[in-house]
Design a protein around this ligand. Structure first.
Ligand SMILES: Nc1nc2c(ncn2[C@@H]2O[C@H](COP(=O)(O)OP(=O)(O)OP(=O)(O)O)[C@@H](O)[C@H]2O)c(=O)[nH]1
Length: 794
C-alpha cells in the first residue's frame, strides 16, 4: 500500500476513503487489507479530497501500465501477448468459461472476506469500549481467533538440471523469475516462492545460517587440511573434502587455503552481507522479475566455474539457509508456496532440519525428472523413498506428482525442431505408463499414501513459453496451473471465517434482544445430554484406536527383538565397503546421534533402522487413523460427525434461533481447529518411535565417538552391538509406550478441548443476558447477507 494512501487513511478515516475509492472505481481490496491491520489506530477526520483523488488516478494508471509491461516481459516472443492476457482473464473466445467464473468467484469471495473482517474489527472495538465482563472477554477472544491463514506448501524435488526452476517459472508465468539455465551453475539452497502481500514489488528475503555454524564449517577445513594426504583412498572423506572445498572457494576464492579461521571470519569477506554478521535477514526489492533474478544468483546458485582469479566474484550460497522470493499480482500463489528443494536433505544440520520441516509440511510434492530417463532414473525414486515417511504418516502430503520434464526433447529425432507432435504425445503416454508401473513396485512407500494421490505429468516448460511446436495443453503446464488454482481455493477458509463471524454476532444479538430470565432450562439440558452422548461415542472410537495401536506395536516389539541382530549386521558390516571408508562413516554416524547424511546418496539413520519393524507394524493403521486426504477425517471420521443437532432444534425453538446459529458455528470452528491440531500432533506421534530409540542409543553413541587409534572400527561396532543387545528387552517396549502415551495425550486433549469449548458455548449462549453487550443488529444483518452471498457463489 502506498504511503500516501496510508497517511490519508490515518488523516481522514476509513469511510471517507472508501467513498473516494468507490467514486473512482478503484479496487478496495488493498485498502481493506491495510485497514485490517490498522483499524485500531484510525482517527476519523474529514478533509479536502481533490489532491487525493488526483493521486489515486495516477496510482491507478501506473498500476495498469505495470500490468501491461509485466505481461510483455513475461511473454516477449509471443505474438499473442494480448490474447494470453485475455485468456488468463477468461475473456478470449477459446478460454474456458469455468476458469473465468472461478476467478470471478474467488475475487468476490475475497471482497466478502475483507468486508466481514472490517465489520468484526469494528465489533471488537465496540466490545472494548464496554465493561470487562466474562462474556465480553469471551467474545473478544472469539473474534481474534477467527483469523487463520493456511498456506499450502508444494515441495519441488529433483536432481540438479532436471528442470525444476524452469518448471516453477513456467507454471507461475514468470519467465525470468528464478535463475536457471547455466551448465556450470546449479541451485544450492532452498527457495520458497510465494505471493507478495505487502507491496507490488518483487522481493527476496535471505535467511542465513548462524556465524557459529559457519565457524564449525571452517573447523572442518582445518581437519581436512591436516589429513590431506589420506583423502585419495576414501570416497566419503574425499567427497566431504570436496564439499567443504567447494563451499569455501565460493566465498573466499583461494584465500581459504592459507588463512586462519579468525582471518576468514574477518569483516572484509562479509562487506556485502553485514546482515550475516548481525544475524539478521537480508531483503532485496526490485521492480522487475529479471532484476531480482540477477540479484539473487550469488545467494542461490553454485557456479562450478568459479576460479581463483585476483578479482574473485564472491558467492554467498554456502551461508544461506533459505531464500523466500515474493511475487506481486500472481493468481497461482495466493495461498500456495512453492519450494524448490535441492537434493535430498542437507549435510548442514540447520539446513537439514529446515528441509525436513518443510517436507513434513508439504501438502503436495512434485518429483521432477527428465522424461528420457523418468522410470529408470534412480535418484528421483530414492528421493521419494527416503522422503516418504516424512511426507506420509510423518507429514501431511495429499498429492504426489511425478513430473517428467523436457517432453519436447526427442532423442531419436536429430533436431527437436522437427519433432512431430504425435511422437511426443506417444512418448508421453509411454512414459506415464512406465512411471506408474515403477511406482506400483514401491510397496513401502505406498503404505503411506492412497493410490489416487499419485499422478504423472509430462511437461515442457520451454514449449509452454515458446509455443513453437506444442500447444499449451500438450505441454501439460496448464494442468499443473489448474491444480495450483484449486489448491489456492480459499472458499472453505472464507466460509469458516464468515460463518464464525455470523455465529458470534448471533450470540451477541441473541443475548441483547432476549427478554427471558437468562436460561432456557429444557434446551440447556437437552444440549448437555446430547453433548455427553457425542463425547461418549468419540471416546469409544478412541479407545478402539488405542487398542489397535497397542496390538500392532506389540507385534512390532516382538519382531524387533528377534530381528535386531540382522539389522545391526547389515548396518555395521555392509558388504562392498572399504574398511577405512566405512570406519570414517560410522564415526560420523555415532558423532551425530546415529544419523549421517553423506554428500551423495541416502541418509544413514541407525535409529530409524532399529525401529523399522515397529513403524512397519503400525504404518497401515496409522494412515487409517490419521489420513492426510480429507475424505474421512481422523479417528474414523468420528470428530467430523460430531453434532449437537442445533438444526433440528431451530425448527422447534425459533425464539432461540440466534443462539443456536452461534452453537452450530462454534461446532464447525472447533472441529476445524481440532483437525489442524491433530494434523500437527500426529507427525510427532509417528516420529516418537525413532526419537525414543535415539535417546536410548545416545549413551553408546557417545561412548563409541570417544574411541580412536587401533581397532577403532571394531570397538565402535562392539559398543553398539552390546548396547542394543543389553537393551533389547526394554528399548522397543519403551518406544511402544512413548507412542501410546503421545496418542493418549492427544486423545485426552481432543476430548477436553471439544467438551470445554462446547460446554462454555452452550452456557454462554443460553445464560447470557444483554448487560454490557453492544447492539450489533446492523452488523448481523450485513454478515448474514454476505454469508448468503457466499453460499450462493459456491
Ligand atoms: N528442451 C527443454 N529444456 C529444458 C526444459 N526445462 C528446462 N530445460 C533446460 O534444462 C536445463 C536445467 O534446467 P533448470 O530449470 O535450471 O533445472 P533445475 O532442476 O532447476 O536445476 P538446478 O538449478 O541445477 O537444480 C536448462 O538448460 C533449461 O533450459 C524443457 O522443458 N525443455
Amino acid at each position: 500500500m502506498d504511503d500516501f494512501v496510508r497517511d490519508k487513511l490515518n488523516e481522514w478515516g476509513l469511510n471517507e476513503l472508501l467513498k473516494i475509492f468507490e467514486d473512482e472505481s478503484i479496487n478496495t481490496e488493498s485498502l481493506y487489507c491495510l485497514v485490517d491491520q490498522d483499524i485500531d489506530k484510525l482517527i476519523p477526520k474529514i478533509g479536502p479530497r481533490a489532491r487525493f483523488k488526483k493521486r489515486l488516478k495516477l496510482l491507478k494508471s501506473q498500476q495498469q501500465d505495470k500490468e501491461e509491461s509485466h505481461w510483455t516481459e513475461a511473454f516477449p516472443s509471443t505474438r499473442d501477448t494480448e490474447k494470453r492476457k485475455l485468456d488468463l482473464q477468461g475473456e478470449s473466445s477459446n478460454s474456458q468459461p469455468t476458469e473465468k467464473r472461478k476467478r470471478e468467484t474467488a475475487s468476490s469471495e475475497l471482497n466478502i472476506l475483507s468486508e466481514v473482517k472490517i465489520i468484526m474489527k469494528n465489533v471488537h472495538t465496540k466490545l472494548q469500549n464496554q465493561e470487562n465482563t466474562r462474556v465480553n472477554n469471551f467474545l473478544k477472544t472469539k473474534i481474534r481467533n477467527l483469523e487463520t491463514e493456511k498456506r499450502e506448501l508444494v515441495g519441488v524435488f529433483g536432481k540438479t538440471g532436471a528442470g525444476k526452476t524452469s518448471l516453477i517459472n513456467a507454471v507461475i508465468e514468470e519467465k525470468r523469475l528464478l535463475p536457471s539455465g547455466s551448465v556450470t551453475a546449479c541451485t544450492s539452497v532452498m527457495i520458497k516462492v510465494e505471493a507478495n502481500r505487502h507491496n507490488q514489488k518483487y522481493e527476496a528475503e535471505i535467511e542465513f545460517i548462524t556465524k557459529e555454524e559457519w565457524e564449525d564449517e571452517l573447523g572442518n577445513r582445518d581437519q581436512f587440511l591436516k589429513n590431506d594426504a589420506d583423502q585419495e583412498n576414501d570416497d566419503d572423506g574425499n567427497d566431504e573434502y570436496l564439499d567443504v572445498a567447494e563451499k569455501l572457494s565460493a566465498l573466499y576464492g583461494e584465500d581459504w587455503k592459507h588463512q586462519s579461521t579468525d582471518q576468514l571470519m574477518d569483516r572484509k569477506y562479509f562487506r556485502e552481507i553485514p546482515e550475516f554478521l548481525q544475524s539478521t535477514r537480508k531483503t532485496l526489492t526490485c521492480e522487475a522479475a529479471e532484476e531480482l533474478s540477477a540479484k539473487i544468483i550469488k545467494y542461490t546458485r553454485n557456479d562450478t566455474k568459479q576460479g581463483g582469479d585476483e578479482d574473485v566474484k564472491r558467492l554467498f550460497w554456502p551461508l544461506v539457509k533459505c531464500v523466500t522470493v515474493r511475487v506481486p499480482h500472481n493468481n497461482f500463489l495466493q495461498h500456495v508456496t512453492l519450494v524448490d528443494l535441492p537434493g535430498n536433505g542437507d549435510r548442514n544440520k540447520s539446513r537439514d532440519e529446515m528441509w525436513k520441516g518443510i517436507v513434513g509440511n508439504c501438502s503436495t510434492v512434485w518429483i521432477v525428472t527428465e522424461i528420457n530417463r523418468a522410470a529408470s532414473e534412480k535418484e528421483s525414486w530414492e528421493i521419494l523413498k527416503s522422503a516418504s515417511s516424512h511426507l506420509g504418516n510423518g507429514g501431511e502430503c495429499r498429492h504426489i506428482h511425478f513430473i517428467c520434464t523436457k517432453s519436447d526433447v526427442i532423442e531419436d529425432l536429430l533436431d527437436s525442431s522437427r519433432a512431430n507432435v504425435t511422437s511426443i504425445l506417444k512418448r508421453n503416454e509411454e512414459a506415464k505408463q512406465s512411471v506408474r508401473k515403477e511406482f506400483n513396485k514401491l510397496t513401502r512407500v505406498k503404505k503411506h499414501f492412497s493410490d489416487e494421490c499419485f499422478q504423472v505429468f509430462t511437461v515442457s516448460s520451454k514449449e509452454f513459453v515458446k509455443k513453437t511446436y506444442l500447444s499449451p495443453e500438450n505441454t501439460e503446464i496448464p494442468k499443473l496451473q489448474t491444480f495450483l488454482q484449486n489448491l489456492n481455493d480459499c472458499h472453505s477458509e472464507t466460509l469458516n471465517y464468515v460463518s464464525g463471524a455470523q455465529g458470534i454476532l448471533s450470540l451477541i444479538q441473541g443475548a441483547k434482544s432476549r427478554d427471558m430470565d437468562g436460561c432456557n432450562k429444557d434446551i440447556y439440558k437437552y444440549l448437555e445430554r446430547n453433548l455427553s452422548h457425542q463425547m461418549e461415542s468419540i471416546h469409544i472410537v478412541m479407545m478402539e484406536t488405542y487398542r489397535t495401536f497397542e496390538k500392532c506395536l506389540q507385534k512390532g516389539v516382538e519382531m524387533s527383538k528377534t530381528s535386531y541382530e540382522r539389522i545391526l549386521k547389515t548396518s555395521l558390516y555392509p558388504p562392498k565397503r572399504n574398511g577405512a571408508g566405512f570406519c570414517k562413516q560410522l564415526k560420523k554416524v555415532v558423532q551425530n546421534g546415529g544419523i549421517y547424511k553423506p554428500n551423495r546418496g541416502k541418509e544413514i539413520n541407525l535409529n530409524m533402522k532399529l525401529t523399522s519393524f515397529m513403524t512397519d507394524s503400525i504404518d497401515e493403521d496409522f494412515r487409517k487413523t490419521f489420513p492426510n486426504d480429507g475424505k474421512c477425517g481422523p479417528f474414523n471420521g468420528v470428530i467430523s460427525k460430531f453434532s449437537l443437532d442445533t438444526e433440528g432444534l431451530r425448527q422447534k425453538h425459533g425464539d432461540l434461533e440466534l443462539q443456536l446459529i452461534f452453537l452450530k458455528s462454534e461446532e464447525e470452528q472447533i472441529k476445524t481447529k481440532l483437525t489442524q491440531l491433530i494434523r500437527n500432533r500426529k507427525k510427532n506421534i509417528y516420529k516418537s518411535l525413532t526419537t525414543k530409540a535415539e535417546e536410548i542409543m545416545q549413551a553408546c553413541y557417545d561412548k563409541a565417538a570417544g574411541f580412536s587409534g587401533t581397532g577403532l572400527l571394531q570397538n565402535m561396532r562392539n559398543t553398539i552391538e552390546r548396547h542394543v543387545h543389553e537393551s533389547k528387552d526394554t528399548m522397543f517396549e519403551k518406544a511402544k509406550y512413548v507412542m501410546l502415551d503421545q496418542l493418549l495425550s492427544l486423545m485426552m486433549d481432543i476430548l477436553e478441548k471439544l467438551e470445554n469449548t462446547i460446554k462454555e458455548s452452550i452456557e454462554l449462549s443460553l445464560k447470557t443476558d444483554g448487560t454490557s453487550i453492544p447492539d450489533v443488529s446492523t452488523e448481523l444483518t450485513m454478515v448474514q447477507n454476505l454469508h448468503d452471498d457466499l453460499l450462493k457463489s459456491s
